[in-house]
Structures are given as C-alpha cells and as structure tokens.
Design a protein around this ligand. Structure first.
Ligand code: HEM
Ligand code: HEM
Length: 510
C-alpha cells in the first residue's frame, strides 16, 4: 500500500527512467503535440501498420523457410507433389503452407500485407502530391517517402522470388532478360547476380539476405526518419476557420491521437488477417517447382510491378546492331523508362518549385482543384501507370474479354501516348470548372430548390448564402502562378513559424 507522501510504483519507475533518459522533458514537449484531424492522414498509418505486420510475419517465416536451391525430393503432406524433385526453398514453402502450424495463414498474411503496403504507399504519395504537402520544408521527407516506395517495390519482387516456384522463376527470368539487355555489361551483370548461367544456385540465398536483412533495415531506418521529420515539421492541414500557416489545429497526441492510432493499428491488423484467412494468395503448390524449360500461362508479377511488365510487353521487339554489338531496344527502352517514370514523381517537388519560382514555406494544403496543372499531371501519371498495368496483363485481358491479344497490345501502345494527354486536358478542365462552381457558390450562395415568382412575373430560384466557415474554406487559397514561372511574393519567402498562437491551437514549432 502507498501513503500520500510515498510515490506510487509507477511514479518511481517514471522517476528512475527520467533520471536516465530525460523522459519528462521529452514527454512534456511531445505528448501534447497537436495532430490535425483528417481521414487522409490514415493512409500514412496504413503504410506504417502494414509494414509492422510485414516485419512480424516475416520473422515468423524466417523460422521455417530454407533459402537454398539445393535439390531435394519432396515427401510432405501435399500428396500431388510427392516424390517430385525441387529446391529446398520450394519444399520449405510447401512445408510452411501445409505442415507448419499457422504457416499458411502467416504466409498469406505476409503476402496480403505486402500488396496493401504498396497500395497504401502509392495512395499516400498521391494524396500528398495532389494537396502539395511536398512543398518547402517537406521536400526531403517526400524523398525519404519516395525511397521507401522504390525499396518497397524491389522488396516485394525479392519476396515473391524466394519460394522458387514456377511463377517466381518466371519473374526471375524476366529480371535476367532485363539485365542481359544492358549494353556491354549485361552478360556480366546477369552472371554476377545469378552466380553463373541463369538460374544458377545463388539467387535465392542472395535475395534472402537482401529481403530479410538489408532492405527492411534500411526501410525501418527511413520510416523512423520520415516520422521524426513529420513531428519536426508538424502536420500540414487543410484551410479552414482558425487555421493558418503558423498554427496547427487538432487534437493532442496524448490521449486522443494515441488512442485513435492504437485502435486503428488493430483494425488494420485485423482486416489484413481476415483477408489472409479467407482469400488464397500465391498458391505455389498449384504452379509447381521452377523449371527453366517451363512457363505457366497467365504469369503475372504482383500488381505494383505490373506496369514494368506492361512496358516490356507492349514495346515492339526492336533490335539494332552497332559496332558488332546487338542492342535489344525492345527490352532496353522499357528498362530505362521504368525507373524514369518513378524518378519523375520523386523529383516533382523540385521541378514544381523551379517552374513556379515558389520558394516559400507551405503548411496549408491545397485543394487539388485550385492547382489544375499539378492535379492534371498527377492524374495523367496515374493513367499511364494503369494503362501499362493493363498492358502487363494483356494475355489475361485478351482471354477474359475474348479479344485478340494483338488488339489489346495495339490498344495499349496507342493509349500509352493518347490517354495521359486526354486525362491531362480533361482533369485541367474539370478543375477549372470546379473553381468556377466554388466562385459561384461564394458569390451567390447555395441553390435551395425554392422557386419564387417576382411581381413582374419572372421566376427565380432562391439562393441561400453559405455559412462563413464554408465561405472561408472555399476562398482561403491564393491565386497561384500555376507552373507559369510567376514570381513568388518576396515578403513571404520564409514564414515566422515561431510565433505563439491562441490556446487550443498548437504553435507550428515547439
Ligand atoms: C513505409 C512507407 C511510409 C510510411 C510508414 C509513411 C508514414 C507517414 C505518416 C504516418 C505520416 C503522417 C500522416 C500523414 O500525413 O499521412 C506521413 C507523412 C508524410 N509522408 Fe509518408 N509514409 C510512407 C511513405 C511515403 C511516401 C511513398 C511518400 C511520398 C513519396 C510519403 C510522403 C509523405 C509526406 C510528404 C508527409 C508529410 C505530410 C504532412 O506533413 O502533412 N510518405 N507519412
Ligand atoms: C517491406 C517489407 C516486405 C515486403 C513487401 C515483403 C514481401 C514478400 C512477399 C510478396 C513474399 C512472397 C510470399 C509468398 O510466399 O507468397 C515474401 C516472402 C518472404 N518474406 Fe517478405 N516482405 C517484406 C519484409 C520481410 C521481412 C522484414 C522479413 C523477415 C524478417 C521477410 C521474410 C520473408 C520470408 C522468409 C519469405 C519467404 C517465405 C515464403 O515465401 O513463404 N519479409 N515477402
């Protein structure tokens, strides 16, 4: 029992820790940190929680997975493959699926979490793109995030190559083809990666070290840096009454945000587990072990790399010979365009600030319609990604829709150039139209549906003025120089973010 004078056990532990780690000062500074409330902030959290699920499930898989390409004869519980010769990696994946307790669930959870992780990263990225939160001072954090996406794509590729089944071997054959197309050093690169002629005996153990150690380590470090920078810069927020470039309006980290975030973690974990429990993914036993002389029909990479596959599938098979060297342009051009597509979105913040001359800090988010050119670029980029994804599944599209594969391939070839241009123009027009509608609303109010007849016989619809808060939200944006090289206002090059704000709002810097 404790008396009033005596500190409780909890307090004594906190005191002990404070003496060693200074947690009191840290806690005072950060536990009351203000977080703005908007559903789109949940996308970053989905990235974070699915990454945690990947690490937890990945560690479980390492306990049973054998990253070896040595040949063994399978005698496990899956009878159709009994007596078949296969690599140890494939045999251990079958064991995880059929003989390890909870193994299949964890494998499927790992795979589903990977799919959702990349989808969440792409959605989170585009949400930040469309609302302009990548602008100064967050360009570096945008680059950290972008690197996470880039590493995530390759981490996924390595992951689904590990089981050494027919599908993953076909994916590796694709990687080998891409390497071989690199001029001069292509053969050397392929021999180096595979430890000899494809498929060699080294690729699974090599990918394993990268997949479970190096890349997750780098990613975890980047996630920590990414989140530290979010805390350091504070959140951006959408414009609204009381919200300025100098404050953050929202709820404190402790207890409100922490409770919500904690609950949301379990929701994400639960939803992923539910999907993994009911929806089969990557049933490797159906494909069989990898054999270089076989390929399964309808072989597809995981969805996020489908656009790279699409680039190769729709590219004409051009080849030229220069100074005695054959250049396989049909593969080389896609291999160059694939990273460029990603690099474009990665360097976009720097391009935009250069083209608009806007070097100011921004903490209030844009409504996409108020930045028609940026929004149109983002929409065009997404349309290119999606059409290439369709190209990557041209065989599936052709068989499912009963079309000729040539028709599908040619449609994608034309659409790769036409669709982004059409989407760009249409999105810009839609944004400008929405701006006009906002202006109409602010000037004339909301249509009420009430028709009045005036004394001289004219019929008019009664408009109701918007409430001041909504009017503020609709008008709280500047008229930007929209990528036209407009000069930024020199008075506002750097905002004084240290100014104190009224109570209930967090100052921008603490
Ligand atoms: C493992 C992957 C990632 C994790 C765990 C993650 C997590 C988060 C979280 C929790 C936030 C704060 C909440 C929010 O604004 O949504 C955030 C903010 C941010 N993220 Fe990410 N993110 C990841 C990937 C990315 C990617 C791929 C990009 C873009 C290329 C990106 C760009 C940003 C930016 C610019 C912010 C700051 C926004 C602001 O202050 O309002 N992140 N991230
Ligand atoms: C961003 C993180 C990660 C992604 C996107 C990812 C993705 C994948 C994918 C798609 C697979 C194929 C799963 C299947 O068999 O259907 C896989 C397999 C595997 N992953 Fe990961 N993974 C990640 C992190 C990790 C981590 C941190 C570990 C270990 C510490 C790990 C360990 C494994 C192992 C051992 C396998 C092979 C077992 C198997 O395929 O059943 N992964 N990974």
């Amino acid at each position: 029992m404790t008396t009033t004078q005596e500190a409780s056990k909890g307090e004594r532990v906190a005191d002990w820790l404070d003496g060693r780690l200074g947690i009191h000062t840290l806690g005072r500074k950060y536990l009351r940190k203000v977080f703005p409330d908007h559903w789109s902030f949940l996308l970053g959290e989905i990235c974070l929680y699915s990454f945690v699920v990947l690490i937890l499930t990945g560690v479980y898989l390492t306990l049973f997975f054998h990253p070896s390409m040595n040949e063994v004869t399978y005698h496990g519980s899956y009878v159709p493959l009994n007596g078949v010769r296969m690599s140890e990696a494939y045999a251990s994946t079958l064991d995880i699926s059929f003989d390890v307790r909870g193994g299949l669930l964890i494998r499927q959870l790992h795979h589903w979490a990977a799919l959702i992780f990349v989808a969440a990263m792409l959605t989170h990225m585009m949400r930040h793109f469309f609302t302009g939160s990548f602008r100064k001072p967050r360009e570096l954090n945008w680059l950290f995030g972008w690197t996470l996406l880039f590493l995530g794509l390759f981490e996924g590729l390595m992951g689904y190559s590990l089981p050494d089944d027919l599908l993953s071997g076909t994916g590796l054959r694709f990687v080998n083809g891409a390497l071989l197309s690199v001029p001069i050093v292509g053969t050397y690169l392929s021999m180096f990666l595979f430890g000899g002629e494809f498929p060699g005996h080294d690729i699974v153990p090599r990918f394993y070290s990268l997949h479970v150690l190096l890349i997750p380590g780098v990613m975890a470090a980047l996630v920590v840096l990414h989140l530290l920078l979010v805390v350091h810069h504070k959140h951006t927020q959408f414009a609204g009454p009381g919200r300025t470039e100098r404050n953050v309006v929202g709820t404190p980290f402790m207890p409100v945000y922490l409770a919500k975030a904690g609950g949301f973690f379990f929701l994400v974990f639960g939803a992923l587990t539910l999907v993994a429990g009911v929806a089969a993914i990557n049933p490797v036993w159906v494909y069989g072990p990898f054999r270089p002389d076989q390929v399964s029909t309808g072989a597809q990479p995981d969805w996020y790399l489908g656009f790279a596959e699409g680039l190769v599938r729709v590219m004409p098979g051009w080849e030229i010979t220069l100074w005695g060297h054959t250049l396989v342009l049909g593969v080389l051009i896609p291999v160059v365009v694939f990273p460029l597509l990603l690099v474009f979105i990665g360097v976009y913040p720097f391009l935009e600030s250069r083209l608009t001359g806007d070097k100011r800090e921004h903490h209030l988010l844009d409504r996409p319609r108020n930045r028609p050119t940026r929004t149109a670029i983002g929409a065009a980029w997404i349309s290119l990604y999606l059409i290439l994804l369709a190209g990557g599944g041209n065989d599936i599209v052709a068989t499912r829709l009963h079309l000729s594969i040539n028709t599908v391939t040619w449609t994608v070839r034309v659409a790769v150039f036409v669709l982004p241009a059409v989407v760009f123009v249409a999105t810009r027009r839609i944004c400008l139209g929405l701006q006009l509608r906002d202006r109409e609303l602010v000037l004339h109010g909301r249509e009420t549906g009430l028709i009045k007849r005036l004394p001289h016989g004219e019929y008019v619809e009664v408009h109701q003025p918007l409430d001041p808060a909504r009017r503020h939200t609709l008008t709280a944006h500047e008229r930007p120089g929209e990528l036209m090289g407009g000069e930024a206002d020199p008075d506002r090059v750097s905002l004084d973010r240290r100014r104190k704000t009224p109570s209930g709002q967090g100052p921008r810097s603490s």
